[in-house]
Design a protein around this ligand. Structure first.
Ligand code: ACO
Length: 331
């Protein structure tokens, strides 16, 4: 039997501070009612320079938890791949910085920049490396501190974005479960819908302890919204078709947590009941490439995933990029 890429451990870590919609009412002209109704978000986590909550810190904690659950040691990892647009430094990569912290002395490590689809791009690279026989064990993570690139004067984006990290350990196993297929797409012509620009945000008084980078995020939310639903639905159908499965065969969808209305519209378009769609956007907001591995870890801890369950992961983000992974749960 050929080797399959099997997820054998999940982990996540979010900053301690909870920033609520009511807190945001003090920062920009918005309301709890508007944010909840338009996005489903109530709280989000925002890191502080006074705690150990850098991208490396959050990523390391998520990685350690995933390895503990998998029962593996860091020296057994052949590769570390991190999806991120907010590493602590331009270089070394977030993957190399996490590698140093966990002492993964035998691994190659690199980052992938694919916006909110970063985790699925990273997972696809891990799957390809395992299928090709280059690696036996890979740590895949999504790590973000979007608070460091948010324009805190822009109410249309600062209410959405947040910080966190999630990770999985992927192992080569002779198993019928594991990753069935991954699907990646992008369209650089649509880069103007979501991009970073060199400018620094004015930081509100109650967030003086956040770390800031010399660029800020710009987004055309409305135009992005429509494409998010149609592109994620199309790539989900590609994944189902490739594996001769239908929407009824899916046990759980773990979508990118950007906006509850996008998630609801995706489920409706695919004909998948909302009970089969995992959401935690109300607690964490949009953590970009960290959102799927955090959600997967929570779904796993909640006992929502059983061995052999068909699980669909699907995301979209800056690039534009979008992607899906279909897997048979392997834990
Ligand atoms: N509070 C109150 N009013 C607001 C706020 C706010 N926080 N933000 C915008 N508004 C106002 C606008 O100014 C506008 O007012 P106007 O009609 O007087 O001009 C009105 O609300 C409607 O604005 P829209 O942009 O049309 O609102 P929409 O329903 O589209 O919701 C949102 C905006 C939530 C951004 C939505 O478009 C969305 O979620 N888009 C997708 C964004 C996303 O998921 N990005 C993910 C990728 S992130 C990454 O890759 C890092």
């Amino acid at each position: 039997m050929p080797y399959k890429s099997c997820i054998i451990g999940t982990g996540s870590s979010v900053p301690e501070r909870v920033l609520s919609n009511q807190d945001l009412e003090e920062i920009v002209d918005t309301s709890d009612e508007w944010i909840t109704r338009r996005t489903g978000i109530r709280d989000r986590r925002i890191s502080s320079i006074h705690r150990n909550e850098t991208s490396t810190d959050l990523g390391t904690r998520a990685a350690v938890k995933a390895m503990e659950m998998a029962g593996v040691t860091a020296d057994s990892l052949d590769m570390i791949v991190v999806g991120t647009v907010t590493p602590d430094n331009q270089f070394p990569s977030a993957a190399c910085m996490v590698q140093k912290e966990i002492n993964a002395v035998n691994a190659g490590a690199f980052d992938i920049s694919a916006g909110c689809t970063g985790f699925l791009y990273a997972l696809a690279m891990a799957d390809n490396a395992i299928r090709a026989g280059h690696c036996r064990r890979v740590l895949v993570a999504g790590i973000e501190r979007l608070s460091s690139i948010v324009d805190w004067q822009d109410r249309s984006t600062c209410v959405l974005l947040a910080d966190g990290a999630g990770a999985v350990v992927v192992d080569a196993r002779e198993d019928s479960n594991g990753i069935l297929s991954t699907h990646l797409k992008s369209d650089g012509n649509l880069g103007e819908l979501l991009y970073s620009t060199y400018s620094t945000s004015t930081i509100p008084e109650i967030l003086k302890d956040i770390d800031t980078k010399p660029f800020t995020l710009r987004m055309e939310g409305n135009r992005l919204f429509k494409r998010a639903v149609s592109y994620m639905a199309a790539i989900s159908r590609d994944a189902l078709e490739k594996n001769n499965l239908t929407a009824e065969d899916i046990r759980l969808v773990v979508p990118h947590q950007a906006n509850i209305r996008i998630i609801d519209a995706l489920a409706h378009t695919l004909g998948i009941p909302l009970e089969k769609v995992f959401t935690n956007v109300h607690k964490y907001g949009n953590t970009s490439s960290a959102s799927i591995p955090i959600a997967l870890d929570e779904a796993n801890h909640a006992g929502l995933l059983k061995t052999g369950d068909n699980v669909l992961l699907v995301s979209f983000g800056a690039g534009l990029t979008w992607g899906a992974a279909l897997l048979k749960w392997s834990m």
